[in-house]
Ligand binder design. Structure first.
Ligand code: TXA
Ligand code: MG
Length: 311
């Protein structure tokens, strides 16, 4: 507890100086900076080696704080009341009076916003005079980090400070929903689709990245361990890392299980950890068994498809 307090103070110190730090969230760790500061926002892009045209998600403590920057609507209020704080990101219209840096939005009039539930990050957000722009704390196109050591692996000493909040509970990025005009899902993630449909009482469509890439996060190569991935496999050679959803009776050293019991939420949580482990063991190819395409299985398949995309 005492430690947490001094770590929050350290975080405030760096953020107030327009520096970037890594913060824990329930989905993945974020690389955070003052969203009102051009200097801090530019540092995020530079550290991540991220294209400037790829806008950042901004993290808020609560609705009151958000209303300084964004126009809300009924769909938003319904989802906010039921799901926040939690693993969902909303794309909303920016207010003219907003102080959000133009680099965060890439000069656009929309903003992606989120209310993370991790208690340490909530305490930090509550204590600051500005919201935090925070993309996942990984080098662009690579695997998202779910612990302090993952962030270290990505950035070494280039990140000034990592606020340690343990392992991310969900281990998968937030679901992104655009609430400008007709609601549509831009990225599958921590909240299953059916829950959103139920709250809004409509069938929300999933925007298809193949037909139109609206944001780079929908681009084909992403979340990648930098090793070829082959999907829908049954058997593999011993030099290939084999990812399986559920533990098999007969096991080999190259088998990596996502769960003991086929719980897809658990499998999603273990995906990035497993990809990182395989990468560090220096395997040259990854094979994955077929993953059922329902609930969190849909999210896993989305990430695997992009991670396996060949340039
Ligand atoms: O769970 C998460 O969402 C994590 C944690 C740290 O909050 N953040 C995260 O950020 O995944 P990032 O930058 O890795 O992914 C954000 C995605 C990007 O694909 C970006 O293109 C999209 O959100 N995005 C940002 N602003 C947008 C906007 N105004 N309209 C549409 N998409 C946007
Ligand atoms: Mg990311």
């Amino acid at each position: 507890m005492k430690n947490n307090l001094s770590n929050i103070k350290k975080s405030q110190y760096f953020l107030n100086k327009e520096e970037c730090i890594a913060i824990p969230t329930e989905t993945v760790y974020g690389l955070a900076g003052n969203a009102y500061s051009d200097k801090a926002s530019l540092k995020i892009f530079k550290l991540k080696n991220r294209l400037k045209k790829n806008p950042l998600i901004v993290h808020y403590y609560d609705l009151k704080m958000l209303q300084r920057d964004c126009i809300t609507n009924n769909h938003f209020k319904k989802l906010y009341n039921k799901l926040c704080p939690g693993p969902i990101t909303f794309v909303l219209s920016l207010k003219k009076s907003s102080k959000i840096s133009k680099f965060v939005t890439n000069n656009k009039k929309t903003l992606a916003v989120r209310f993370p539930s991790h208690p340490l990050t909530r305490r930090l957000l509550k204590s600051l005079k500005f919201p935090l722009a925070a993309p996942s704390a990984n080098i662009s196109t690579q695997i998202s980090p779910i612990s302090k050591s993952d962030v270290k692996e990505e950035f070494g000493t280039k990140v000034k400070f990592i606020l340690d909040g343990g392992n991310s509970k969900i281990g998968m990025e937030s679901t992104i929903i655009s609430l400008i005009g007709k609601p549509s899902i831009l990225r599958l993630g921590g909240i299953e689709r059916y829950k959103l449909n139920k709250i809004l009482g409509i069938k929300i469509k999933l925007s298809n990245p193949r037909s139109k890439i609206t944001v780079p996060g929908q681009s084909k190569l992403h979340y990648s361990p930098g090793i070829p991935i082959i999907l829908n496999c049954n058997n593999v050679k011993p030099d290939v890392a084999f990812i399986l959803i559920k533990k098999r009776k007969k096991s080999f050293k190259n088998y990596f299980y996502l769960t003991k019991n086929k719980n897809l939420k658990q499998a999603a949580k273990n995906l990035y950890k497993t990809l990182r482990k395989i990468k560090n063991k220096k395997y040259k190819t990854i094979a994955v068994e077929k993953v059922p395409n329902s609930g969190f299985g849909e999210v896993i398949n989305d990430r695997l498809k992009r991670a396996s995309f060949k340039k």
